[in-house]
Design a protein around this ligand. Structure first.
Ligand SMILES: NC(=O)c1ccc[n+]([C@@H]2O[C@H](COP(=O)([O-])OP(=O)(O)OC[C@H]3O[C@@H](n4cnc5c(N)ncnc54)[C@H](O)[C@@H]3O)[C@@H](O)[C@H]2O)c1
Length: 289
């Protein structure tokens, strides 16, 4: 199949729904053979059927628990047995349990570490022999704006303590690996989605209302899984062959605006009324001639 990933083999994690499903569909449509995996068996089977219905190629290993080292190794073996040594690994799957720090149990803290950091450590570690054998490869790890700015929630509600820390860790993990893996011709980047409407976030939007999220953005709509899949496609494709060790923020402007969104007309007009004073306060003689 022709396309931007023609002839490539791509391992994508967390393909049962959301961004992983969107990536599986897009990567396959762009010519890649896709290997998926997820804990959720039925939903993941649906993704495989959708890819095949679109004329693409995909196999998947379910259930796979990526926080378990033996299962990660089995997934890599499954991928190589299915299509041969792969070119691309898109580490999309993760899960956390939210709470403010004083309410966070050790069990839920460990859950976040295991399912947002340990899973990526294991995947990034065990794909290395394949890429060494192949003479190179591409890794894309999924971080989040939660690892970059504020509390990662409307109103800075402090419910993401563990998640914010793990996602910041994903960005640094990816930068580190870009360096460590560079001698083997392996590019490593991360992607930081903003608020994307998926099975993981639908209930947040239902509970808080869409405006609670779009008010924080420069582009006034919720992100869709396809917005992330398209950015991921770019980063894993040869179009990004000179990009490594970077984090691509895809968030409708949440981070750039500091989570404050478009200019507030009321506050802007108050500023307009004091601009003359502001200009007069500037030192004289500094105007450009
Ligand atoms: N949706 C958002 O607004 C948003 C924002 C920032 C970052 N992200 C990140 O994007 C990625 C995808 O998010 P999504 O919204 O599509 O989530 P999602 O919950 O819809 O999909 C994630 C998938 O990963 C699977 N998974 C989780 N832990 C796993 C494990 N240990 N082993 C195997 N599979 C496992 C889940 O079963 C699920 O199908 C995640 O890394 C998430 O943290 C999402």
């Amino acid at each position: 199949m022709a396309g931007r990933l023609a002839g490539k083999i791509a391992l994508v994690t967390g393909t049962a729904g959301g961004q992983g499903r969107a990536a599986a569909l897009l990567f396959a449509a762009e010519g890649a053979k896709v290997i998926g995996c997820d804990l959720k068996v039925d939903n993941d089977r649906e993704t495989v059927e959708m890819v095949k219905a679109n004329g693409g190629e995909m196999v998947s290993m379910t259930p796979t628990d990526l926080s378990n080292e033996d299962q990660v190794k089995a997934l890599i073996d499954f991928a190589v047995e299915s299509y041969g040594d792969f070119d691309i690994v898109y580490n999309n799957a993760s899960a956390a349990r939210g709470a403010p720090v004083d309410e966070l149990t050790l069990e839920n803290w460990m859950f976040a570490l295991n399912n947002e950091l340990t899973n990526l450590f294991l995947m990034n570690k065990h794909v290395l022999p394949v890429f060494k054998r192949k003479g190179g490869g591409v890794i894309l790890n999924t971080a989040s704006i939660a690892g970059i700015v504020g509390a990662g929630t409307p109103g800075n509600a402090p419910v993401h303590f563990a998640h914010n820390i793990t996602k910041a860790g994903v960005i640094r993990m990816s930068q580190h690996l870009a360096i460590e893996y560079s001698p083997w011709n392996i590019r490593v980047n991360s992607i930081s989605p903003g608020v994307i409407l998926t099975p993981a976030t639908g209930f947040w939007v239902d509970a808080l209302g869409e405006d609670s999220f779009t008010d924080l953005l420069l582009i006034k709509r919720l992100g869709q899984p396809e917005d992330i899949a398209k950015a991921a496609l770019f980063l894993v494709s040869d179009d990004a062959s000179y990009i490594t060790g970077t984090d691509l923020v895809v968030d409708g402007g949440w981070v750039a605006s500091g989570g404050v969104g478009q200019p507030d007309p009321e506050i802007s007009s108050k500023f307009a009324s004091i601009l003359e004073t502001y200009r007069a306060a500037a030192p004289s003689g500094s105007a450009a001639s």
